[in-house]
Design a protein around this ligand. Structure first.
Ligand SMILES: CSC[C@H]1O[C@H](OP(=O)(O)O)[C@H](O)[C@@H]1O
Length: 337
């Protein structure tokens, strides 16, 4: 069985091929990006999503800008270079403004811009970021699987799997490697309203690898904890601050509060590239998405006209509610005395 790889660089045609995650689980289709504008659309419309995956995709978006640049000649060499730089800057800004919360997007774009300023190939930088991400996610799984016991039932939220990264995932990498090490585990996946990444993507990934998975409505998680049916919770992250505040999919904070109340260990799987040492909580923009995502399910209206909604894509969870953060180097215990 082939590993799930949501991001593929086509060296022959110099284009980016993405699994179109909007179509899963009913159809496995691909979205081809030939320009940085295609990549910007793919990130905004969640063709590709997940902090590491959008960082890697944005890096290839910058590479597409550079490759398309190379076809531009405007007279003198100096004029070409100036115009080229302006186009790269334009791509950097447009890609930067696609989604505001996941920090991987910004460091990947900045890393590509730095490469360009140092006369290095952006495409090579993007490929490096891509390959590094595969290895990092593998390491998160290998380190994290140690916290999983044979027979554990693990609850997860949204999708922090191969489809949110370059391969393996973060939270789901821990689950995968426990499974690869023959631990008998079962997974409970929150469906994760409104975009249903848990039902559509996590269930798809785990089913694809024959890892036992049940899907629940988001409201069921607390009741299962109360009944003692959840041994651990593992989620992903989009940004982790220096005080170990974790920004992740909306609903993560509610799970963490319930876990604390029911003494269920609460873990976060995330690479160091998701850490943000610069900003404080008040600096972070929590993405608010189109209200249609709440008002419609599969294009069927579920609400009366004229009623407004909140549609926060993320929330923040304080370190005091977090048992451990599983990275590619070690497990961080924010509350260890
Ligand atoms: C491994 S990062 C996955 C992270 O990203 C998801 O958000 P979205 O699907 O909106 O990009 C969610 O917060 C996951 O935990």
């Amino acid at each position: 069985m082939k590993d799930l790889r949501p991001i593929i660089w086509d060296n022959e045609k110099n284009q980016l091929i993405l699994i179109d995650q909007r179509k899963l689980p009913n159809s496995l289709e691909y979205f081809v990006c030939k320009t940085y504008e295609d990549v910007a659309f793919a990130i905004k419309d969640m063709v590709v999503r997940g902090a590491p995956a959008i960082g890697v995709s944005a890096a290839y978006g910058m590479a597409l800008a550079e490759l398309n640049n190379n076809n531009i000649a405007c007279g003198s060499k100096r004029a070409t270079k100036t115009k080229g730089f302006r186009l790269i800057e334009k791509a950097h800004n447009e890609l930067k403004n696609t989604r505001p919360t996941a920090v991987n997007l910004f460091w990947a774009l900045d890393r590509c811009m730095e490469a360009y300023k140092n006369n290095k190939s952006i495409l090579n930088e993007a490929k490096e970021i891509h390959n590094e991400d595969i290895e990092i996610c593998k390491k998160i799984g290998q380190i994290g699987e140690k916290i999983i016991n044979d027979g554990d039932t693990i609850l997860t939220h949204c999708n922090a799997g191969a489809l949110a990264t370059s391969a393996y995932g973060t939270a789901l990498s821990v689950i995968r490697f426990a499974h690869y090490n023959n631990k008998k585990i079962s997974v409970i996946a929150d469906e994760t309203r409104p975009r249903l990444q848990g039902a559509n993507l996590t269930a798809y990934e785990l089913n694809y690898e024959n890892i036992p998975v049940k899907v629940i409505t988001d409201n069921t998680a607390g009741f299962l904890m109360k009944m003692g049916k959840i041994d651990k919770i593992i989620v992903g992250a989009d940004r982790i601050l220096k005080d170990y505040t974790v920004f992740n999919k909306i609903g993560t904070y509610s799970l963490a509060v319930l876990a604390k109340y029911h003494n269920v260990p609460f873990y976060v799987g995330a690479p160091y590239s998701t850490f943000d040492y610069e900003n404080s909580i008040e600096d972070i923009i929590i993405e608010e998405r189109d209200e249609k995502e709440v008002k419609y399910i599969n294009n069927i209206n579920i609400m009366p006209e004229g009623v407004s909604v909140y549609n926060y894509a993320f929330d923040s969870t304080p370190a005091e509610l977090i048992t451990g953060i599983i990275t590619e180097k070690e497990i961080i215990y924010p509350n260890k005395k």
